[in-house]
Design a protein around this ligand. Sequence first.
Ligand code: SAM
Ligand code: DTB
Ligand code: SF4
Length: 335
Amino acid sequence: MRGTNLELEQPKLPVFGSWLIEDVLKIYELPFLELMYQAQTIHRKHFPKNTMQLSTLLNIKDGGCPEDCHYCPQAARYQTGVKAKKLMSTDIVRKQAQAAKEAGATRFCMGAAWRELKDRDVPAIAALIQEVNALGMESCVTLGMLTEPQARALKEAGLDYYNHNVDSSEDYYKEIISTRTYDDRLKTLGRVRNAGIKVCSGGIVGMGENREDRAGMFVTLANLDVPPESIPINQLVPVPGTPLENTTKIDPLEFVRTIAVARIMFPTSRVRLSAGRTAMSDEMQTLCFMAGANSIFYGEKLLITENPDIIKDRALLTRLGIQVEEHNSVKKYCG
Ligand code: SAM
Ligand code: DTB
Ligand code: SF4
């Protein structure tokens, strides 16, 4: 029989909490065009079409991290040329956040190369969150593991999102990090959720994991009590000096499939096309947007590595007729 619309019916998806790896693999295995169609259809049901949310990252505490995450240029044990610095001053952070706002970002995400937040740093971090909120931007921080009282203190300071990635499947995680467990990560995510902060959690694709691992990562996220509002999908940036520097690059279409699977599994979450965009063609990024990515990191730097220039990103969005979301509209949508 020739192709008809009947073949394009949406499959019934498991409810959150009951996803199995097999369910995810079935989605991955759809013919590419069918997968894209389904992802874009779901996307349009839950988000305005042709729009993009912009988040800007700032590294507020560079390098010197005691952890052994094999991908990370900020781990002190790898020779990556990154120097450890102290926590950035409130003045500099305010200026950077103001500049990001003027450039069009609606969310400002501050990262620290810490294993965990220390109680003594909580007041300084709370002040940074307040500065960002005072500008009318959404605030996000990623500071490593948190205790319950710390999560509550960040909420009280007005924090909108906490980023803490599961990074991969539970199995593959063990190949990548030995200094803290998958369960440690899940505990921090639970504390963030219980404190009433929105959860930003995703991972890295292209670390040598297989499709089952990618599916396993999504199963973990889908089976949290409440799935993350925001899901960053990073393509590995292979940094010289890290154990993953020579990792074979993932097939670009498998990466696009991964974005589409995320969109289908998490219909109301923000799916962020995160690290790795400098290594992607305009065409690949366009496919990622078609697959349902509706947020990017915006600004010439990620934490340590490069990100596309603002001018280049603006030109791409204009070419594609994609409108940048403004602050007022962003608050209306989840994630
Ligand atoms: N230290 C904190 C932590 O690990 O939770 C916060 C910062 S850490 C750099 C945030 C995330 O950035 C990591 O969990 C990882 O997903 C991502 N990341 C780090 N290095 C990366 C790389 N080389 N390529 C892609 N993503 C990377
Ligand atoms: C996330 O998932 N990706 C961002 C943010 N959360 C903190 C970090 C990407 C880091 C890429 C490598 C670097 O520049 O250090
Ligand atoms: Fe440290 Fe975070 Fe880098 Fe791991 S990812 S080494 S915890 S900064």
